[in-house]
Design a protein around this ligand. Structure first.
Ligand SMILES: CC(C)(COP(=O)(O)OP(=O)(O)OC[C@H]1O[C@@H](n2cnc3c(N)ncnc32)[C@H](O)[C@@H]1OP(=O)(O)O)[C@@H](O)C(=O)NCCC(=O)NCCS
Length: 330
């Protein structure tokens, strides 16, 4: 397919993309890209924690992706690109984006890319000796992103598929309450880590910590267990990679939150684990994660919890939220 045909595929009347792919020059895979048959697809979707209300709509799209056609063409290129990134902690390919209100087959398109990736990833997990329960717990993030699409856009789809590239190329694992991504230290935390006398420098391996939603409170006990599990897990399954540092970039690490939350709240206790550097104002991130919206009419936002009150009061006072980035020694 030519570049202009790819552009056309992605810019039909209904669909436009801000992220023009270079996929026209990507070769097709040198292996057969296989999508599961209907029954197996149901089992896979359930194991990936896809919400029940989305399953029939996804299955209805399956025949389109099984037959030759433009979307099948794109699917094969995406799967090929992903398999090229397997097991390497680096930035994955940038895929085209579809509008979040388009046809179902486009909103759910990347669910099929990841279904087709499952056999490749599961083979890698087996080669690395990853326990079954860790493998499947990690992959339930796909269902979480389907739930997030509905929460944000009011219709089914897969929100932010590029996030799942980490999981489906074997660089991110959920260990209990937290997710750990094989990553490298960036420059911003370098001086603070050096001042603490650690030998790690920008570019060295580190684990990037993420906090999945829909997983209950961020209790200190659950976090202790996750960090302990991470130390053991990566030493055992990635013996060639030395992880001494964990980093985290999140709205949860904005130290201003401690002005509003109790000192024994889980968020404040989580912050205390890290040496934190905060970044310039960024109100959108906290609004998105806490309220699931970009809504800026403060009077429209719910104020049920201490955190929700704090976010609104802070903004009403003319102040701004920031993202924090922190590190800790494992
Ligand atoms: C991380 C998370 C589990 C923390 O929740 P927690 O363990 O209850 O945290 P705390 O104990 O510190 O909560 C303190 C207060 O803030 C409230 N709060 C915490 N997270 C909240 C959220 N996402 N939405 C609304 N209120 C929240 C709590 O209910 C509590 O208020 P209360 O005392 O009035 O009941 C929760 O914020 C969450 O699930 N977030 C979504 C995932 C996320 O944002 N990940 C980070 C991505 S960068």
């Amino acid at each position: 397919m030519s570049k202009s045909a790819v552009s056309k595929l992605l810019t039909t009347e209904e669909d436009a993309t801000s992220d023009r792919p270079q996929l026209a020059s990507t070769r097709a895979s040198d292996f057969n890209v296989v999508l599961p048959e209907l029954d197996d697809a149901v089992s896979d979707l359930l194991r990936l924690a896809v919400p029940h209300e989305d399953i029939d709509a996804i299955l209805a799209c399956l025949p389109v992706l099984q037959e030759p056609g433009p979307l099948r063409w794109l699917l094969e290129r995406c799967v090929h690109e992903l398999t090229q990134c397997m097991d390497h902690p680096r930035i994955g390919p940038r895929f085209p984006t579809f509008p979040n209100q388009g046809k179902p087959v486009r909103r759910y398109f990347y669910v099929f890319v990841f279904l087709a990736m499952l056999p490749h990833l599961r083979k890698l997990h087996r080669q690395r000796g990853i326990p079954e329960h860790v493998s499947w717990l990690t992959l339930t993030d796909l269902g979480r992103r389907v739930a997030a699409h509905r929460r944000f856009h009011g219709v089914g789809g897969l929100r932010d598929p590029s996030w799942l590239v980490h999981h489906f190329t074997g660089t991110l694992y959920q260990l209990g309450r937290l997710q750990f991504q094989r990553a490298t230290l960036d420059k911003r935390l370098g001086p603070s880590i050096a001042r603490a006398g650690m030998p790690d420098r920008p570019g060295d391996p580190c684990l990037s910590v993420h906090i999945p939603d829909y997983c209950g409170p961020l209790s200190p006990q659950a976090c202790d267990a996750s960090f302990a599990a991470a130390r053991e897990f990566f030493a055992k399954h990635f013996p060639g990679e030395l992880y001494r540092i964990a980093v985290c970039g999140s709205w949860l690490l904005d130290t201003q939150l401690a002005e509003y939350l109790r000192t024994d709240s889980n968020i404040v206790q989580f912050q205390r684990r890290f040496t934190i550097r905060t970044f310039p104002a960024n109100d959108h991130t906290i609004l998105r994660f806490v309220f699931g919206t970009d809504e800026t009419d403060l009077d429209e936002l719910p104020r049920r919890t201490t955190l929700e009150h704090a976010i609104v009061d802070h903004l009403k006072a003319g102040r701004h939220w920031r993202a924090g980035s922190g590190w800790l020694a494992l």
